[in-house]
Design a protein around this ligand. Structure first.
Ligand SMILES: [Zn+2]
Length: 286
């Protein structure tokens, strides 16, 4: 999980640009007529996001043809995003691209290793159509995080995964992601969450939800497997020079470098676990 700066975009700029590319006059009028409702919804999102209370926003349960507010249907609100913000030739695509670029090196903030290639609706547009083009609801994401996210909508504070624009501070700076070394050939890494005991119960639950929602145990383990196979030759040289102590030193150094960059990355947890494993450092790496 990585925090990234929220897009410095004004909702009404995005909305007006999307509406400006609609060719149907009636739809343009209908959407302009619900501008107050859209702005209320966006303000409500921002207020609740600041206190991690987005789960309180009511879902829209109607189908695509159902009217959400005024004379605008769910399909038409979703269409603002799909037909007027995503396509490359639409003027509002500039905002889509700007949000994508919020992720440094285009690394997905949810998992911390995937390549950003889409925008994720933190609150899905199918259930929250009024928020379909709200910049703060759009987070750059890799496809596995976007598509693989458990479909359930959070119904309590505890079930909410972390939001990269709003969940900062201790979620980023204090370690909650850890790993164990499993004595297999080659070694495998098992990831788990252990939130700091001084956190409140809902923050502790939320990092677990984040870890489960994005299926990070399995995905991190696969990343680690690849890294471990690359380590074998390098650690063998360290071992020949200074035996177990040399391997431990090399791994501790890698752990320090990784943890200075990201406290809760698969790499930080992996190197921490490897350096602490007597079995691995004394020859398990071979
Ligand atoms: Zn991802």
């Amino acid at each position: 999980m990585r925090a990234i700066p929220p897009p410095q975009l004004t909702f009404n700029d995005v909305l007006n640009t999307c509406v400006g590319s609609i060719s149907c006059q009636t739809l343009t009028q209908n959407i302009n007529a619900i501008n107050p409702q859209l702005n209320n919804s966006v303000q409500d999102f921002d207020t609740k996001a600041a206190t991690a209370d987005l789960f309180q926003i009511q879902t829209f349960t109607g189908n695509d043809d159902a009217v959400v507010t005024g004379q605008v249907t769910k399909a038409e609100l979703k269409g603002l995003y799909t037909f007027h913000m995503v396509p490359a030739r639409k003027p509002a695509r500039q905002y889509y691209d700007q949000i994508m670029m919020q992720a440094p090196l285009r690394i997905c903030p949810f998992c911390g290793f995937g390549q950003v290639d889409t925008l994720d609706h933190y609150l899905p547009k199918a259930k929250f159509p009024l928020l379909s083009i709200h910049p703060n609801n759009l987070v750059p994401s890799c496809t596995p995080c976007n598509k693989g996210k458990n479909a359930g909508i959070a119904t309590s504070k505890n079930e909410q995964c972390l939001h990269p624009y709003f969940d900062l501070g201790h979620f980023i700076n204090e370690q909650w992601l850890f790993a164990d070394v499993i004595q297999t050939t080659p070694a495998t890494i098992r990831y788990f969450v252990r939130a700091p005991g001084h956190w409140n119960a809902s923050d502790q639950a939320r990092v677990n939800s984040h870890f489960d929602d994005f299926k990070l145990a399995n995905r991190f383990s696969i990343q680690a497997g690849d890294e471990i196979s690359n380590l074998r030759v390098e650690l063998d040289i360290d071992f020949q020079i200074s035996q177990q102590a040399g391997v431990e030193q090399a791994l501790l150094k890698k752990h320090t470098v990784a943890s200075l960059q990201h406290t809760n990355s698969w790499k930080t947890a992996m190197y921490q676990a490897l350096a602490a494993s007597n079995w691995y450092c004394s020859g398990g790496f071979k």
